[in-house]
Design a protein around this ligand. Structure first.
Ligand code: PLP
Length: 406
């Protein structure tokens, strides 16, 4: 039995009314809520341990440093990386991807080279590559999707050639929910000597992730989408490729020696962690990982799958619903439109009924253009959501349909 009651009690924000109705929070793909354990870890850090790390010999500094480096090991274990120094703390998936696009682009991309991505990417895994390609005179090649929102795998494979320098794609689409066959893609790319970056922003909170099994070269994610704090994230990179990349930002922490006319750089992971890091964020992330591990990623995936199946069946029974993303292998979110109505109108009505859903292009404008729609309404589920809440969503959509289609 999934301990849903205990879990809900751990998330204070869920227990409030909006517009005099019990809040139903279905905007989990944008950001997840935080359990008391995470909030407490951040409070504890500022109350008891706050100190700048790596530079002090005094008690607090050593304590904060030790906790920060322990967290790195726990992230390593969480995603099954080989080494703790392959874990770089960033401010989120966006910064992780920018780091790779900028440093890899600077040293390894020449005019005429190509980067392969997909039409379903979040802007965070699209614009950095697009801009880097424009700067370097390289070409961004974009794989399409089928009517179910599944990646056109053959098409993607067809884009990988001797000019390809990188493949960058989402583990899970934030709009369609599609879980991409990333292991197969990594294997295909590696046979042709091409590294692969996986944007795991929507992956880590739903699926057990094993970067060694995937064999990906980079994997990126954000703390706030996995029940941790905002402003903290992770870039995983294989040791060898991280060693080869130049530093991203320059300043304190990332140096070994500084002379008047030149500087030598620190070893991994510090080479990529310039300046004072988000130590409190790391404390919160550590608590979030512990929470996920104690709940169990496999149990979470099974519970969310049950929510997805239930919601899909009930929403499909409403006449005139249009779904975007019906892949066989899908994470727990549903993007839809009620007939020809505008997503903002639907979202506003649903909001007044106490249910938080997201509306708009979801930072995936190329995908919206591809599907020829202005946006969608997206209900994204977390493991603290319930069947009763899905029933409220169904009733709210029926109400919105009645009002909008009159
Ligand atoms: N990639 C995907 C698939 C996302 O869904 C998001 C956020 O919605 C991001 C990247 C960017 O994450 P962040 O804003 O936390 O950096």
């Amino acid at each position: 039995m999934f301990p849903i009651e205990k879990i809900r009690n751990d998330f204070p924000v869920l227990h409030q009314q909006v517009y005099k109705r019990q809040l139903v929070y279905f905007d989990n793909a944008a950001t997840t809520q935080k359990p008391v354990q995470v909030i407490e870890a951040i409070r504890h850090y500022y109350e008891r341990d706050n100190c700048n790390i790596h530079r002090g010999v005094h008690y607090l500094s050593l304590k904060a440093t030790e906790a920060y480096e322990e967290a790195r090991k726990e992230v390593r274990d969480f995603i099954h990386a080989r080494h703790a120094h392959e874990i770089i703390f960033t401010k989120g998936a966006t910064e992780s991807i920018n780091l790779v696009a900028a440093t890899f682009g600077k040293w390894f991309v020449q005019p005429g080279d190509e980067v392969v991505t997909t039409i379903m990417e979040h802007h965070s895994n699209f614009v950095p590559w697009q801009q880097m390609c424009l700067e370097r005179g390289a070409k961004l090649r974009i794989a399409g999707i089928n009517d179910s929102g599944e990646l056109d795998l053959e098409g993607l494979f067809g884009l990988i050639n001797e000019n390809t320098k990188m493949v960058a794609l989402a583990h899970v689409s934030n709009v369609l929910g599609t879980i991409n066959p990333v292991k197969e893609i990594v294997s295909f790319a590696h046979e042709r000597g091409v590294p692969v970056l996986i944007d795991g922003a929507q992956g880590v909170s739903h699926l057990p992730v094993d970067v060694q099994d995937l064999d990906c070269d980079f994997y990126c994610f954000s703390g706030h989408k996995m029940y941790g704090p905002m402003g903290i994230g992770v870039l995983y990179g294989k040791e060898k490729i991280l060693e080869e990349l130049p530093p991203y930002q320059l300043g304190g922490e990332m140096i070994k020696d500084v002379f008047l006319d030149h500087t030598t750089f620190n070893e991994l992971p510090f080479k990529f962690e310039a300046g004072t890091p988000n130590v409190a964020g790391v404390a919160g992330l550590r608590a979030a990982i512990k929470y996920l591990q104690e709940t169990g990623m496999t149990a979470i995936a099974a519970y969310e799958e049950m929510l997805l199946r239930d919601a899909t069946a009930k929403l499909s029974a409403i006449p005139g619903m249009r779904f975007f993303g019906t892949a066989a292998h899908k994470a727990s979110l549903i993007s839809f439109l009620i007939g020809q109505t505008h997503p903002f109108d639907t979202g506003s009505i649903i909001d007044k009924l106490g249910i938080a859903v997201r509306t708009g292009h979801h930072c995936a404008m190329p995908l919206m253009d591809y599907m020829k729609i202005p946006g969608t309404v997206r209900a994204s589920f977390a493991f603290y959501n319930t069947i009763e809440e899905i029933d409220l969503l169904v009733a709210a959509i029926e109400k919105a349909k009645e009002m909008l289609e009159d």
